[in-house]
Design a protein around this ligand. Structure first.
Ligand code: FES
Length: 172
């Protein structure tokens, strides 16, 4: 075995077909180690989050120490390590949103739904995240609820939106 041997597709630890999509990306990049961040992005797009299995898989494929892959992945806020909930609420905490009360929105949703920021509620229904400037400062404070950008939010309006989103799916 040599380090210069051409790389071939790694095996899929779980037989999950989604690993093939990650493989395609790795192959296109010729398994270059500087593809790490891009590969993690692709893996997150494909799986929705970065599980330990996926991180180990990427580390092995790029021949990088797992500690380095974990280190890089945890450094960037864009990566998430838990399965997303059925609904997502992302509160912008960039400067413009912060000065207009983004923290109150985060605290309100967190307390009402018993979900710490950056995590998913125990029932798996709501993921609460924060983001840096979403590029819509004129609408501050901005919340993205299930992909919909909502401007000029308050804790109350966001809670109403979240309740509506949860209600439309889980009422009964
Ligand atoms: S700071 Fe929130 S959109 Fe810019």
């Amino acid at each position: 075995m040599t380090d210069t041997a051409p790389r071939t597709e790694a095996s899929h630890p779980s037989g999950d077909d989604r690993f093939e999509l990650v493989d395609k990306h790795l192959k296109r990049g010729r398994y270059a180690q500087d593809q790490l961040i891009e590969t993690l992005h692709v893996a997150q797009d494909v799986f929705g989050f970065l599980s330990e299995d996926v991180l180990m898989y990427v580390a092995r494929a790029l021949r990088l120490p797992p500690s380095m892959v974990y280190g890089v992945a945890t450094f960037y806020q864009l990566f998430t390590f838990d399965p997303p909930g059925d609904h997502s609420c992302t509160v912008c905490t960039g400067t413009a949103c912060f000065v207009k009360g983004a923290d109150e929105i985060v605290a309100g949703v967190s307390s009402a739904h018993d979900v710490p920021s950056g995590q998913t509620s125990a029932d798996g229904r709501l993921t609460l995240k924060t983001a840096r400037c979403l590029g819509s400062c004129g609408l501050a404070p901005v919340v993205v609820l299930d992909g919909e950008v909502l401007g000029h939010q308050t804790a109350e309006s966001t809670l109403e939106g979240v309740a509506l989103a949860l209600d439309t799916e889980g009422a009964g």
